[in-house]
Write a protein that binds this ligand. Structure first.
Ligand code: IYR
Length: 224
C-alpha cells in the first residue's frame, strides 16, 4: 500500500463468534421479511427517516470514492403524479407487447400491470441517478467509475435502511426512464437507475406468494 493519510481500523465491535453468527442470522431473517410493496397507504412518513436512509445509501462502497449518485426525493403530489403519468405511458407499451412474450410470462406470477396508481399514493419517491461524470468536490466533472455497481449497492443499503425503519418499499424501473431526468431536472450525464417508492403498506395490502420464494443457500452459492 502507498503511504497515504490513514486512520486506525478500530470501528468494529469485539464480538464472540456465536454473537457474530446470531447477528448475521438476525439480519438475514429481518431482510427475508422484506417484501416489494405495490399497495401503499397515504399515511405520512417523516422526512428524517428518508434522510437517514439516504445517508446510509451514501456510505456504499463505490468507484474511487467519487460517490457517483444523486437521490431526487419527492413528496410533492404534482411531481409524483407527473412521474406516475409518464411511467404509465411506458408501462402501457411494455405490457401491450413491447416486453415480449417471455418477459411477460416471467412477470405473470407477480401480477403486475400498467396501473401504477401507487405512485400517487405512497408518500415518498426516491429517484436514484447514477452520475457518469463527477468526482468528489461539487461541480467537478471527472470520469466516474463502476457507476452501475456503486448505485446498485447504494440502493441495497437504502432499501435495507427503509426496511429496518419499518417501511414498505418498491424498486420501480419503468423502461425507458429518461423522463425522470426531465421531471427531476437532472443533467444529461446522469442516468436514472430506479425509483424507490417508500411508505406504509395499505391496510389490506397483499404480496404475491411467488415473490416470497427465495432460493436456498445450496442453489445460490458454491464453496471451495
Ligand atoms: N417495470 C415494469 C415491469 C416489471 C419488470 C420486472 I423484471 C419486474 O420484476 C417487475 C415489473 C413494472 O413495474 O410493472
Amino acid at each position: 500500500m502507498q503511504d497515504v493519510p490513514s486512520i486506525p481500523y478500530t470501528n468494529l465491535p469485539d464480538l464472540s463468534d456465536s454473537e457474530r453468527i446470531a447477528r448475521a442470522r438476525s439480519f438475514y431473517l429481518d431482510m427475508a421479511s422484506r417484501r416489494s410493496c405495490r399497495m401503499f397507504s397515504d399515511k405520512p412518513v417523516p422526512r428524517e427517516v428518508i434522510e437517514q436512509a439516504i445517508l446510509a445509501a451514501g456510505t456504499a462502497p463505490n468507484g474511487a470514492n467519487h460517490q457517483p449518485w444523486h437521490f431526487a426525493v419527492i413528496s410533492d403530489a404534482d411531481m409524483k403524479h407527473r412521474i406516475r403519468e409518464a411511467a404509465e405511458v411506458e408501462e402501457k407499451a411494455f405490457y401491450a407487447g413491447k416486453a415480449g412474450q417471455e418477459w411477460l410470462e416471467a412477470l405473470a406470477p407477480i401480477g403486475t400491470d400498467e396501473d401504477k396508481s401507487y405512485l400517487d399514493i405512497a408518500p415518498w419517491h426516491i429517484v436514484v441517478f447514477g452520475q457518469r461524470k463527477g468526482g468528489i468536490e461539487p461541480g467537478e466533472k471527472k470520469q466516474n467509475y463502476y457507476v452501475t455497481e456503486s448505485c446498485g449497492i447504494a440502493c441495497g443499503l437504502l432499501l435495507a435502511s427503509l426496511h429496518k425503519a419499518g417501511l414498505a418499499t418498491l424498486t420501480h424501473t419503468p423502461s425507458p426512464m429518461g423522463f425522470l431526468r426531465e421531471i427531476c431536472n437532472r443533467p444529461g450525464d446522469e442516468k436514472p437507475m430506479m425509483i424507490i417508492v417508500a411508505g406504509h403498506p395499505a391496510e389490506d395490502a397483499t404480496v404475491p406468494v411467488h415473490a416470497t420464494k427465495k432460493k436456498p443457500l445450496e442453489q445460490i452459492s458454491s464453496w471451495f
